[in-house]
Write a protein that binds this ligand. Structure first.
Ligand code: NAI
Ligand code: MG
Length: 334
């Protein structure tokens, strides 16, 4: 039996996490679910976006499935972005964000890539200062953190097509992203079987759109990884389909790439695919590889036959789509 902590969070997180939970319950495995709170609404209620009890619940679980957490686009005294806080506080240093072609008209066909994003440093240390009309943000890069994310990326590349691209901006920021690049290239020397190349991040953005099939594993700093993981999601059908994992030495939080989607929250029309595929990544992490693969197949089946949610041009509700995945999963297994 696996102890799974659910943190639905804000907005559509409260719709897609229950959907993925239903799929897990229908899978035949035994789970013990618990719930914890975090996010913007939690902050408004308690003055903290991540209460101590939530950190304890994460630590007590075998794995965590989270939804999405709203962050306001202006400074709010005392507020810390919930997911970024948990990533740093629980040392979830590796953010794995795969993008794979699915049977969706109008999307790229041969994409199968994995973004490995450093998850604790860079500009996302959230150290900003403002002096009237002057504002300054700090970016932190360490050799140690760059080394450990490089190892994760190279190990992932070894399991896949043995290609790694390092995205950086060392030509403009040689001390910070330069240290990241230099460290990754040094670690890569221990992996001669992996072909490692470096690409300046703006050129990488263009290349990802023009020849996405040429990429396998990519590794980069926090902000670039955040931006480009939405881009690669866009290549294969959008944020409704993009799963992710935040992995550290002791704990792991699995969450879709998308946010709380205030424009569609509460309508019951969010695409739960990203969170269902996120649950599959969680199963993989727990060692349930066969079930994870079956779940992936079931999702593929529904994406190719329908019903589809509105973001993919269909009319299905979150619940109807989830029912279809559960039915397809039963057929994959038999
Ligand atoms: P978003 O990812 O919430 O939404 C971007 C667009 O994609 C919206 O039009 C939305 O309707 C659509 N979308 C996203 N997920 C979808 C799904 N499952 N099904 C169908 N359509 C979907 O990003 P946005 O609007 O920039 O941010 C909204 C809030 O979410 C902000 O407060 C932001 O800080 C937060 N956010 C949180 C993240 C997290 O918890 N890891 C990640 C990204 C944003
Ligand atoms: Mg993002």
């Amino acid at each position: 039996m696996y102890k799974i902590c659910l943190i639905p969070g804000d907005g559509i997180g409260r719709e897609v996490v229950p959907a993925a939970k239903r799929v897990l319950e229908a899978s035949g495995l035994n789970f013990e679910f618990s719930y914890a709170e975090a996010g913007w609404e939690t902050f408004q209620k308690t003055g903290k976006s991540v209460p101590e009890s939530t950190l304890e619940a994460v630590k007590a679980a075998d794995a965590v499935l989270a939804g999405a957490f709203t962050s306001p686009s202006k400074k709010v005294e005392g507020f810390q972005g919930a997911i970024r806080y948990m990533r740093r506080n629980l040392d979830l240093f590796a953010n794995l964000r795969p993008a794979k072609s699915r049977a969706i008209p109008g999307t790229f066909k041969d994409v199968d890539m994995l973004m490995v994003r450093e998850n604790t440093q860079g500009l996302y240390v959230e150290q900003e200062r403002r002096y009237g009309d002057l504002a300054i943000a700090e970016a932190v890069i360490t050799k140690a953190a760059s080394e450990r994310i490089a190892k994760v990326a190279l190990e992932e590349a070894r399991k896949r097509r043995k290609k790694l691209a390092v995205f950086h901006k060392a030509n403009v920021l040689p001390l910070t992203t330069g240290l990241f690049l230099e460290t990754v290239l040094t670690v890569a020397k221990d992996y001669p079987d992996v072909e490692t190349t470096d690409v300046i991040v703006d050129a990488a953005a263009m290349k990802l759109v023009r020849e996405p099939e040429s990429f396998d594993v990519m590794v980069t700093t926090n902000l670039f990884g955040d931006i480009l993981s939405d881009l690669i999601a866009g290549l294969v059908g959008g944020l409704g389909l993009a799963p992710s994992a935040n992995i550290g030495p002791k704990h792991a939080i699995f969450e879709p790439v998308h946010g709380s989607a205030p424009d569609i929250a509460g309508k019951g029309i969010a695409n739960p695919t990203a969170t269902i595929l996120t649950a599959a990544m969680m199963l993989d992490y727990l060692g349930e590889r066969e079930l994870a693969a079956s779940l992936d197949k079931a999702v593929n089946k529904v994406l190719s036959t329908g019903p589809l949610t509105a973001d993919l041009g269909g009319k299905a509700t979150t619940e109807e789509f989830t029912d279809a995945v559960i039915a397809a999963l039963a057929r994959v297994d038999s």
